[in-house]
Design a protein around this ligand. Structure first.
Ligand code: SF4
Length: 151
C-alpha cells in the first residue's frame, strides 16, 4: 500500500522557516507496516520558496503575513498532490496537522495568532474531494486500522 505523506513529517526541510517536522514514530511505523510513503510538500510543489512568509487561510483565500494572496500557489500544490496520489494509487494520506495546506479537521484561524478553527487545508480538501482519506500525525494509527486490517 502506498500512502501520501507530508514531506515535512518525513524530515524534508520544506517548512516556511526552512525546518521540518520530522516524526520518526510515524516513519518507522509506516515502514514497519510495509507502507510505501509517497512524499510531497504541496506548498513547494506549488512554486513557493523555502524559506517563505507564513500564510493562513482567510475564507477561500490564502494570504501570507505580508498581505500577499498566495491562493494560486496553494491550489497548484494541492493539484500536484492529487495528481501524485492518483499516479501512485494512494487511497490515504498522512498530513501535517493544522497547516493551511495539509491540516485536517483543524487549521489556523487566519489571524497569525496560533488559534485554531475547524477546517481543512487547501491540499487536504482537494485530496478528500478526490476520494483520498486524510489523517494527521495525531490520527495516523486510525489509518492502520481502517486500511491494514480490512477484509
Ligand atoms: Fe509540511 Fe504540508 Fe507545510 Fe509542506 S505544506 S511544510 S508538507 S505542512
Amino acid at each position: 500500500m502506498k500512502v501520501l505523506v507530508s514531506a515535512c513529517l518525513f524530515g524534508e526541510n520544506c517548512k516556511y522557516d526552512g525546518g521540518n517536522n520530522q516524526d520518526l514514530k510515524i516513519i518507522n511505523t509506516l515502514l514497519a507496516e510495509g507502507i510505501d510513503p509517497v512524499v510531497i510538500c504541496p506548498e513547494v510543489a506549488g512554486g513557493l520558496p523555502i524559506p517563505r512568509t507564513p500564510a493562513e487561510l482567510q475564507g477561500d483565500k490564502v494570504i501570507n503575513q505580508d498581505g500577499e494572496d498566495v491562493t494560486e500557489q496553494f491550489m497548484a500544490g494541492a493539484r500536484a498532490a492529487v495528481e501524485l496520489a492518483k499516479k501512485h494509487g494512494c487511497k490515504a494520506a498522512v498530513l501535517k496537522a493544522n497547516s493551511p495546506s495539509c491540516g485536517c479537521g483543524k487549521i489556523y484561524d487566519g489571524t497569525f495568532s496560533g488559534k485554531l478553527v475547524d477546517g481543512y487545508g487547501v491540499t487536504a480538501r482537494l485530496l478528500r474531494k478526490s476520494g483520498v482519506v486524510v489523517y494527521t500525525e495525531e490520527t495516523y494509527k486510525k489509518m492502520l486500522i481502517d486500511f491494514m486490517f480490512e477484509d
